[in-house]
Design a protein around this ligand. Structure first.
Ligand SMILES: NC(=O)c1ccc[n+]([C@@H]2O[C@H](COP(=O)([O-])OP(=O)(O)OC[C@H]3O[C@@H](n4cnc5c(N)ncnc54)[C@H](OP(=O)(O)O)[C@@H]3O)[C@@H](O)[C@H]2O)c1
Length: 331
């Protein structure tokens, strides 16, 4: 495993982190067995992963609870990131949400506390003051944002700084490259890449859109005719699956799995601090963790970039994976 400094802090995090959303199961992921979840966290630790990302919003706190149970006795080896939900951004609500997360995680400090989505009803300065208070009290070590676009980051930078911005970034979701990534690089804000495997599309398990379960076929790659889709757009299923086929070929040509190659590509991109790889089974995180040791040749990186360029252009500049271009929640 390779380790990097989290933002400008002295906290060392594994380049491949484990994302714990799927541990909550639910509509997107389907049922998830807790014993599998705990075994997956232990496999991550054994593979050198020390960085775990969760949120109070994942299964209404259940993901945090499972992570807390899984890390019992090994919490000191880890860096735990969680998030306060958009509904809890008023000053006192942030303080109370943090206490609840600490309890569920069975810890007395959150290493990275992030605003999950910008709220824009409570003044950002009010939320930020609460986060700083928690840091001053020693309940939080570092402050991060998530889903902050140029407008929200600019507002933030007038009142303070954050160590990281957690953003959707993968070979099949490159919208942040247009503006947000360069801004993060300029401002020394570390990028934490979420949904790096595009929720399984980049693992090679699906060869056509029809094979993708409905809970995962809600992103803007898929047609508005799929159930539960809220973006109202035609999607770009044919181009997405053509890009996946090309990524499969390139991965085979270097003798590596698509999942590893996809994560290694991200780790080679500017400003990327860590990749939050979701996993529900031990073998999944064992595989993606190995991507930290995989250095792709410049021509392989270029070929992968080229293979997904058309999808990038078709999806446009809105980084919102699920919301239509018109109601995109990024600003
Ligand atoms: N800040 C935000 O708004 C936000 C939003 C989304 C995600 N996140 C964070 O980012 C993390 C990762 O994103 P994600 O969970 O959406 O998606 P992801 O990492 O792109 O995909 C994870 C899923 O892919 C499958 N998978 C993983 N490794 C595999 C392997 N080696 N071989 C085959 N299949 C494999 C697993 O599902 P199956 O086995 O079911 O196929 C797994 O749950 C989340 O857990 C969360 O921490 C944050």
């Amino acid at each position: 495993m390779k380790y990097r400094r989290l933002g400008r802090t002295d906290i060392e995090v594994s380049a491949v982190a484990m994302g714990c959303w799927a541990l909550a199961g639910g509509h997107t992921w389907g049922s998830q067995d807790e014993a599998d979840s705990i075994a997956t966290v232990h496999a991550a630790l054994d593979a050198g992963v020390n960085f775990f990302d969760t949120a109070e919003g994942y299964g209404d706190g259940y993901s945090e609870e499972v992570l807390g149970r899984a890390l019992k006795g090994r919490r000191h080896e880890t860096v735990v990131a969680t998030k306060v939900s958009r509904r809890n951004l008023a000053h006192d609500a942030v303080l109370q949400a943090c206490e609840r997360s600490l309890r569920r995680l069975q810890t007395d400090v959150i290493d990275l506390y992030q605003i999950h989505w910008p709220g824009r009803t409570v003044p950002l300065a009010e939320t930020f003051a609460a986060l700083e208070k928690l840091r001053d009290q020693g309940k939080v070590r570092a402050i991060g944002m998530s889903n902050f676009g140029i407008g929200d980051l600019t507002d933030l930078l007038t009142i303070g700084h954050c160590q990281t911005d957690q953003l959707p970034y993968s070979l099949l979701w490159r919208a942040i490259e247009h503006e947000i990534q360069p801004k993060c690089v300029d401002e020394s804000i570390g990028i934490l890449c979420y949904s790096p495997l595009m929720q399984g599309l980049l693992t090679g398990k699906y060869t056509s859109p029809d094979e993708v379960p409905d809970g995962r076929a809600r992103t803007r790659h898929f047609s508005k005719d799929r159930p539960s889709v809220r973006h109202g757009e035609p999607g770009c299923e044919a181009e997405t699956f053509a890009a996946i086929a090309r990524v499969r070929q390139i991965s085979a040509s270097v003798g590596e799995s698509m999942a590893k190659v996809s994560v290694a590509w991200l780790l080679a991109q500017p400003g990327v601090n860590a990749v939050l790889a979701g996993a529900r089974k031990p073998e999944q995180i064992r595989e993606t963790a190995q991507a930290a040791a995989l250095t792709l040749a410049p021509e392989t990186i270029e070929a992968l970039t080229e293979a997904t360029e058309k999808v990038k252009q078709l999806l446009g500049t809105s980084p919102d994976i699920w919301g239509g271009k018109a109601e995109g929640r990024f600003r």
